[in-house]
Design a binder for this molecule. Structure first.
Ligand SMILES: *[C@@H]1O[C@H](CO)[C@@H](O)[C@H](O)[C@H]1NC(C)=O
Ligand SMILES: *[C@@H]1O[C@H](CO)[C@@H](O)[C@H](O)[C@H]1NC(C)=O
Ligand SMILES: *[C@@H]1O[C@H](CO)[C@@H](O)[C@H](O)[C@H]1NC(C)=O
Length: 197
């Protein structure tokens, strides 16, 4: 082996080791459908940035509507939710940072960096995730649960969510039945759920 090839081999080896190291530590993102893919309207004006990052809280909501098990149905429902939040509630945009469907997809709402409109005292310091459906009498399906947990783990891995985040259900932060009794019971078993706010 000549010197140059040797050096090339060593460099290659280093790259493989570095790459391998990263792969071991990285969390795969869930499948995130962008706003343009689901046909979002633009926000009606500028949306404030979150006041802290990475955020110390993750809040779980349900949409209290019917669920959706295909991307086409989820997109249609999410467009209706956005219309309601903009036209009726006057929130400027869909209120959540992300939504999750029982099709197993995550849908981008305001995204990782923006102030939400989903729970008054937590909008500036949390990622609000809404699972589309009514989870008063039933749990979300396995695909939705997997996607939600993966989104949270991914957010923590890219430093958008604090490594020591607290997971809460909406009803812990405001007088509401959201995220529904069954989903609320379920999230009590998830990592970082806290009985106190
Ligand atoms: C939405 O915003 C983008 C980027 O600011 C702009 O290019 C686009 O024309 C806007 N769409 C509408 C419907 O206003
Ligand atoms: C919001 O954050 C982005 C970077 O994430 C930055 O470019 C932008 O200036 C910030 N906007 C405000 C109003 O602070
Ligand atoms: C959600 O489900 C509960 C229990 O079936 C029902 O009482 C409630 O009206 C539903 N919510 C809506 C908005 O339909």
């Amino acid at each position: 082996m000549n010197g140059r090839r040797d050096a090339g081999f060593l460099l290659g080896l280093q790259v493989v080791i570095l790459f391998g190291h990263r792969t071991v530590n990285s969390v795969e993102p869930p499948n995130i459908i962008s706003r343009s893919e689901w046909g979002a309207r633009n926000a009606t004006g500028p949306i404030k940035n979150l006041s802290v990052g990475p955020t110390p809280y993750v809040l779980i909501h349900h949409s209290d509507t019917g669920g959706c098990i295909t991307q086409a149905l989820c997109q249609a429902k999410i467009r209706l939710i956005q219309n309601y939040h903009i036209n009726v509630r006057h929130w400027g945009d869909i209120g959540y940072n992300f939504l999750v469907g029982e099709d197993g997809n995550v849908y981008e709402g305001r995204g990782w960096d923006k102030h939400g409109a989903h729970s008054k005292f937590y909008n500036s310091k949390s990622i609000g995730i809404c699972i589309v459906g009514n989870y008063t009498r039933r749990e979300p399906n396995v695909a939705a649960v997997r996607a939600t947990k993966q989104l949270i783990a991914y957010g923590a891995s890219i430093d958008k969510i604090s490594a020591t985040y607290t997971l809460l259900g909406h009803k812990q932060t405001a007088p509401t039945l959201c995220p529904g009794d069954k989903l609320y019971e379920l999230i009590k078993s998830w990592p970082h759920w806290s009985p106190t706010t």
